[in-house]
Design a protein around this ligand. Structure first.
Ligand SMILES: *[C@@H]1O[C@H](CO)[C@@H](O)[C@H](O)[C@H]1NC(C)=O
Ligand SMILES: *[C@@H]1O[C@H](CO)[C@@H](O)[C@H](O)[C@H]1NC(C)=O
Length: 221
Protein backbone atom coordinates (compact mmCIF):
# COMPACT_ATOMS: atom_id res chain seq x y z
CA UNK A 1 0.00 0.00 0.00
CA UNK A 2 2.74 2.42 0.97
CA UNK A 3 4.74 1.42 -2.06
CA UNK A 4 1.69 1.98 -4.22
CA UNK A 5 1.08 5.35 -2.60
CA UNK A 6 4.65 6.49 -3.11
CA UNK A 7 4.56 5.19 -6.66
CA UNK A 8 1.40 7.16 -7.32
CA UNK A 9 2.98 10.17 -5.72
CA UNK A 10 6.09 9.96 -7.83
CA UNK A 11 3.99 9.55 -10.99
CA UNK A 12 1.98 12.55 -9.92
CA UNK A 13 5.06 14.64 -9.22
CA UNK A 14 6.61 13.63 -12.52
CA UNK A 15 3.49 14.70 -14.36
CA UNK A 16 3.37 17.94 -12.36
CA UNK A 17 6.98 18.55 -13.23
CA UNK A 18 6.29 17.76 -16.85
CA UNK A 19 3.25 20.02 -17.01
CA UNK A 20 5.32 23.02 -15.93
CA UNK A 21 8.04 22.43 -18.51
CA UNK A 22 6.03 22.16 -21.70
CA UNK A 23 5.59 24.82 -24.33
CA UNK A 24 2.77 25.43 -26.75
CA UNK A 25 3.68 26.52 -30.26
CA UNK A 26 1.03 28.39 -32.23
CA UNK A 27 1.77 28.58 -35.93
CA UNK A 28 -0.27 30.74 -38.25
CA UNK A 29 -0.83 30.29 -41.97
CA UNK A 30 -2.50 32.38 -44.57
CA UNK A 31 -6.17 31.51 -44.79
CA UNK A 32 -6.95 29.96 -48.17
CA UNK A 33 -10.73 30.32 -48.25
CA UNK A 34 -13.33 33.03 -48.54
CA UNK A 35 -14.51 34.58 -45.27
CA UNK A 36 -17.29 34.83 -44.24
CA UNK A 37 -18.12 31.44 -45.59
CA UNK A 38 -17.29 27.86 -44.96
CA UNK A 39 -13.85 27.26 -43.52
CA UNK A 40 -11.77 25.08 -45.86
CA UNK A 41 -12.43 21.36 -45.48
CA UNK A 42 -8.78 20.38 -45.51
CA UNK A 43 -6.90 23.39 -44.25
CA UNK A 44 -3.23 23.45 -45.21
CA UNK A 45 -0.60 24.11 -42.57
CA UNK A 46 2.56 23.92 -44.61
CA UNK A 47 5.77 25.86 -44.45
CA UNK A 48 6.29 28.01 -47.51
CA UNK A 49 4.72 31.21 -48.67
CA UNK A 50 1.54 30.72 -46.66
CA UNK A 51 3.43 30.51 -43.38
CA UNK A 52 2.93 33.63 -41.31
CA UNK A 53 4.88 33.15 -38.14
CA UNK A 54 4.54 31.62 -34.73
CA UNK A 55 4.06 32.30 -31.06
CA UNK A 56 5.74 30.15 -28.46
CA UNK A 57 3.83 30.03 -25.17
CA UNK A 58 4.83 28.81 -21.77
CA UNK A 59 2.35 26.27 -20.46
CA UNK A 60 0.29 27.06 -17.31
CA UNK A 61 0.87 30.81 -17.55
CA UNK A 62 -1.61 33.60 -18.19
CA UNK A 63 -0.86 34.64 -21.78
CA UNK A 64 -2.49 36.58 -24.60
CA UNK A 65 -3.86 34.35 -27.33
CA UNK A 66 -6.45 35.15 -30.01
CA UNK A 67 -7.06 38.57 -28.39
CA UNK A 68 -8.03 36.99 -25.06
CA UNK A 69 -6.33 35.99 -21.81
CA UNK A 70 -5.69 32.30 -21.81
CA UNK A 71 -3.91 29.59 -19.84
CA UNK A 72 -2.73 26.58 -21.85
CA UNK A 73 -2.47 23.20 -20.18
CA UNK A 74 -1.86 19.81 -21.73
CA UNK A 75 -2.74 16.19 -21.20
CA UNK A 76 -1.11 13.67 -23.52
CA UNK A 77 -1.59 15.20 -26.96
CA UNK A 78 -4.57 17.38 -26.02
CA UNK A 79 -4.11 21.09 -25.48
CA UNK A 80 -6.65 22.83 -23.26
CA UNK A 81 -7.11 26.52 -23.97
CA UNK A 82 -8.83 27.99 -20.89
CA UNK A 83 -10.17 31.45 -21.70
CA UNK A 84 -10.68 33.96 -18.87
CA UNK A 85 -12.85 37.04 -18.79
CA UNK A 86 -10.09 39.20 -17.24
CA UNK A 87 -6.53 40.00 -18.25
CA UNK A 88 -4.88 38.36 -15.22
CA UNK A 89 -6.69 35.01 -15.59
CA UNK A 90 -8.00 35.30 -12.05
CA UNK A 91 -11.63 35.96 -12.90
CA UNK A 92 -14.25 33.72 -14.40
CA UNK A 93 -13.55 31.05 -16.98
CA UNK A 94 -15.28 32.09 -20.16
CA UNK A 95 -14.67 28.91 -22.16
CA UNK A 96 -12.36 25.91 -22.49
CA UNK A 97 -11.37 24.94 -26.04
CA UNK A 98 -9.60 21.66 -26.78
CA UNK A 99 -7.05 21.23 -29.54
CA UNK A 100 -5.15 18.17 -30.72
CA UNK A 101 -1.42 18.81 -30.80
CA UNK A 102 -0.15 19.16 -34.36
CA UNK A 103 -3.51 19.21 -36.13
CA UNK A 104 -4.26 21.87 -38.71
CA UNK A 105 -7.36 23.92 -37.82
CA UNK A 106 -9.17 26.80 -39.43
CA UNK A 107 -12.01 29.13 -38.60
CA UNK A 108 -13.94 32.11 -39.89
CA UNK A 109 -14.54 34.85 -37.33
CA UNK A 110 -16.25 38.17 -38.14
CA UNK A 111 -15.19 37.96 -41.75
CA UNK A 112 -11.59 37.07 -40.97
CA UNK A 113 -10.23 33.65 -41.70
CA UNK A 114 -7.46 31.94 -39.87
CA UNK A 115 -5.59 28.70 -40.39
CA UNK A 116 -3.40 27.55 -37.54
CA UNK A 117 -1.76 24.72 -35.70
CA UNK A 118 -1.06 24.31 -31.99
CA UNK A 119 1.63 21.87 -30.89
CA UNK A 120 3.07 20.71 -27.59
CA UNK A 121 6.84 21.01 -27.33
CA UNK A 122 8.99 19.59 -24.55
CA UNK A 123 11.92 21.78 -25.47
CA UNK A 124 11.94 25.05 -27.24
CA UNK A 125 14.30 26.55 -29.71
CA UNK A 126 13.73 29.91 -31.36
CA UNK A 127 14.89 29.70 -34.96
CA UNK A 128 17.44 32.20 -36.23
CA UNK A 129 16.73 34.76 -38.96
CA UNK A 130 13.70 35.85 -37.02
CA UNK A 131 12.25 38.97 -35.50
CA UNK A 132 11.07 38.34 -31.92
CA UNK A 133 8.59 40.10 -29.67
CA UNK A 134 9.00 38.71 -26.18
CA UNK A 135 6.94 39.13 -23.03
CA UNK A 136 8.86 38.00 -19.96
CA UNK A 137 8.79 38.39 -16.20
CA UNK A 138 11.60 38.81 -13.69
CA UNK A 139 14.48 41.22 -14.02
CA UNK A 140 14.16 43.60 -16.96
CA UNK A 141 17.50 42.89 -18.61
CA UNK A 142 16.47 41.28 -21.89
CA UNK A 143 17.41 37.86 -20.55
CA UNK A 144 14.12 36.09 -21.13
CA UNK A 145 15.29 32.52 -21.46
CA UNK A 146 13.84 31.24 -18.19
CA UNK A 147 11.03 33.69 -17.61
CA UNK A 148 9.29 34.26 -20.90
CA UNK A 149 5.53 33.99 -21.15
CA UNK A 150 5.36 34.24 -24.91
CA UNK A 151 7.74 34.73 -27.82
CA UNK A 152 6.14 35.95 -31.00
CA UNK A 153 8.41 35.35 -33.98
CA UNK A 154 8.41 35.95 -37.69
CA UNK A 155 11.05 34.96 -40.20
CA UNK A 156 12.88 37.88 -41.74
CA UNK A 157 13.46 38.35 -45.47
CA UNK A 158 10.92 35.63 -46.18
CA UNK A 159 7.87 36.15 -48.33
CA UNK A 160 4.41 35.59 -46.84
CA UNK A 161 1.27 35.68 -48.92
CA UNK A 162 -1.76 37.44 -47.50
CA UNK A 163 -5.41 37.21 -48.45
CA UNK A 164 -7.15 35.19 -51.08
CA UNK A 165 -7.99 35.46 -54.77
CA UNK A 166 -8.01 38.98 -56.16
CA UNK A 167 -7.41 40.36 -52.66
CA UNK A 168 -4.10 38.60 -52.21
CA UNK A 169 -0.79 40.36 -51.84
CA UNK A 170 2.32 39.60 -49.83
CA UNK A 171 4.67 40.86 -47.17
CA UNK A 172 8.21 40.52 -46.03
CA UNK A 173 9.81 41.67 -42.79
CA UNK A 174 13.36 42.87 -42.30
CA UNK A 175 15.06 44.21 -39.20
CA UNK A 176 18.19 45.62 -37.67
CA UNK A 177 19.04 46.47 -34.06
CA UNK A 178 16.80 49.52 -33.93
CA UNK A 179 14.12 49.22 -36.60
CA UNK A 180 11.80 46.64 -38.09
CA UNK A 181 10.47 47.17 -41.59
CA UNK A 182 7.40 45.52 -43.06
CA UNK A 183 7.19 45.75 -46.85
CA UNK A 184 3.91 45.02 -48.57
CA UNK A 185 3.95 43.91 -52.19
CA UNK A 186 1.02 44.28 -54.54
CA UNK A 187 1.05 40.64 -55.67
CA UNK A 188 1.63 37.23 -54.04
CA UNK A 189 5.17 35.87 -53.99
CA UNK A 190 6.58 39.34 -53.16
CA UNK A 191 6.16 40.47 -56.75
CA UNK A 192 4.44 43.45 -58.34
CA UNK A 193 6.57 45.97 -56.49
CA UNK A 194 6.43 47.38 -52.96
CA UNK A 195 3.38 49.59 -52.50
CA UNK A 196 3.68 50.16 -48.78
CA UNK A 197 6.49 50.13 -46.25
CA UNK A 198 6.11 50.55 -42.48
CA UNK A 199 8.93 51.13 -40.02
CA UNK A 200 8.65 50.21 -36.36
CA UNK A 201 11.14 51.16 -33.70
CA UNK A 202 12.16 48.10 -31.69
CA UNK A 203 10.80 48.36 -28.16
CA UNK A 204 12.36 47.54 -24.82
CA UNK A 205 9.79 48.22 -22.13
CA UNK A 206 10.19 47.36 -18.48
CA UNK A 207 7.12 46.56 -16.36
CA UNK A 208 4.84 47.69 -19.15
CA UNK A 209 1.78 46.32 -17.37
CA UNK A 210 2.54 48.34 -14.23
CA UNK A 211 3.34 45.03 -12.59
CA UNK A 212 5.94 42.39 -13.33
CA UNK A 213 5.95 42.01 -17.10
CA UNK A 214 8.61 43.22 -19.50
CA UNK A 215 8.52 43.42 -23.28
CA UNK A 216 11.35 43.44 -25.81
CA UNK A 217 11.69 43.28 -29.60
CA UNK A 218 14.78 41.48 -30.83
CA UNK A 219 16.22 41.33 -34.31
CA UNK A 220 17.55 37.77 -34.17
CA UNK A 221 19.72 37.64 -37.27
C1 LIG B 1 -10.40 32.69 -31.89
O1 LIG B 1 -11.65 32.74 -31.23
C2 LIG B 1 -12.79 32.45 -32.03
C3 LIG B 1 -14.03 32.55 -31.17
O2 LIG B 1 -14.10 33.79 -30.56
C4 LIG B 1 -12.67 31.07 -32.64
O3 LIG B 1 -13.76 30.79 -33.48
C5 LIG B 1 -11.36 30.96 -33.41
O4 LIG B 1 -11.20 29.64 -33.88
C6 LIG B 1 -10.20 31.31 -32.51
N1 LIG B 1 -8.96 31.31 -33.28
C7 LIG B 1 -7.89 30.64 -32.88
C8 LIG B 1 -6.67 30.85 -33.70
O5 LIG B 1 -7.88 29.91 -31.91
C1 LIG C 1 18.07 50.22 -39.54
O1 LIG C 1 17.08 50.22 -40.54
C2 LIG C 1 16.45 51.48 -40.73
C3 LIG C 1 15.31 51.28 -41.71
O2 LIG C 1 15.69 50.61 -42.86
C4 LIG C 1 17.51 52.48 -41.23
O3 LIG C 1 16.91 53.76 -41.41
C5 LIG C 1 18.62 52.57 -40.20
O4 LIG C 1 19.65 53.40 -40.69
C6 LIG C 1 19.19 51.19 -39.89
N1 LIG C 1 20.11 51.29 -38.77
C7 LIG C 1 21.27 50.67 -38.74
C8 LIG C 1 22.06 50.82 -37.48
O5 LIG C 1 21.67 50.00 -39.68
Amino acid sequence: MNILKSLLFSILSISLLKSTSSYILYEQYNYMGICPGEPPVNPQCEMGENYFGAILYQESQCVTYNLTSVIFTTKQDTIFETIYDDSSCKGNIFNIVEHTSGSCESSCVLGYGNTFKLSILENYEVPSDTYLSVTYSGECNGDFDKDFLQIDYQYVDKCTNIGFGIYSNSQSVSCNKTTTTVSTFSKPGCTGGIYHESHYENQDNCKFDGGSLNYIDICNI
